[in-house]
Design a protein around this ligand. Structure first.
Ligand code: 5RP
Length: 229
């Protein structure tokens, strides 16, 4: 079973939780894309859904495949969000934002009664932190914010590099027109301490640690999909 098939397996299992007429947050990333493709097939068969996308990328795919979309302001209370993750630990704490959509993903997930995470088993970890933690920061004062994040890391005894995300066109920009810092700590032993510390830095718009937000995670593996609660 290749990586794409595992993503499809997780997405398929998540679709069983989507009921006709639901107000649905739709995540971002390659796993969420598979979910959108399967959802679109159901919609084409007459299934009704009110989708709220977590990124421009997801919105484009939904429009292309005919999944009806609303803004979060049209639909401020959602029944369920289905989204991927970069890392998931046993307490369902997540690292998200590898695809750069963490701010909208977190806003949409917090507006949802439930969040189900879909992932292949490579995302399940004992300790978070192997995947660099994305931190979305305001453009204004970016260097000062970078230094403040470094000071926080050193206060918490975390070592590693903190780098501004860039792509071939230059500095990476989120849908909200912010920069992203990727913090490679290697280990995040106390996610709550980092989350609180980052939230207290004014230039930090949002960070990719999702604590107490996921209701369940559907983990795909060659032996089948299992649900962690
Ligand atoms: C985007 C995210 C994604 O959910 C995360 O990066 C996982 O993506 P993929 O399914 O492609 O591995 O947080 O901001």
């Amino acid at each position: 079973m290749d990586a794409r098939q595992l993503k499809i397996q997780a997405a398929k299992a998540a679709l069983d939780h989507v009921e006709d007429g639901m107000r649905l947050g739709i995540g971002t990333g390659s796993t969420a894309d598979e979910f959108v493709r399967l959802l679109a097939e159901k919609v084409a068969d007459g299934f009704k859904v009110h989708g709220v996308p977590t990124s421009e990328r997801t919105a484009r795919l939904c429009v292309e495949l005919g999944v009806p979309l609303y803004s979060l302001d049209d639909m401020p209370e959602l029944d369920l969000t289905i989204d991927g993750a970069d890392e998931i630990d046993g307490a369902l704490t997540l690292v998200k934002g590898g695809g750069g959509a963490l701010l909208r993903e977190k806003i949409v997930a917090s507006a949802s009664a439930r969040m189900i995470v879909i992932a292949d088993e490579s995302k399940l970890v004992d300790t978070l932190g192997q995947f660099p933690l994305p931190i979305e920061v305001a453009k204004f004062g970016m260097v000062a914010t970078h230094y403040a994040v470094e000071r926080l890391a050193s206060r918490l005894g975390l070592s590693g590099t903190i780098e501004q995300r860039a792509d071939k066109d230059g500095p990476y920009l989120t849908d909200g027109d912010h920069f992203i810092l990727d913090a490679s700590f290697g280990r995040i032993p106390d996610a709550e301490a980092i989350a609180n510390g980052l939230a207290a830095i004014p230039g930090v718009v949002e960070h990719g640690l999702f604590l107490n937000m996921a209701s369940a995670a559907i983990i795909a593996s060659p032996g089948g999909a299992r649900t962690l609660l």
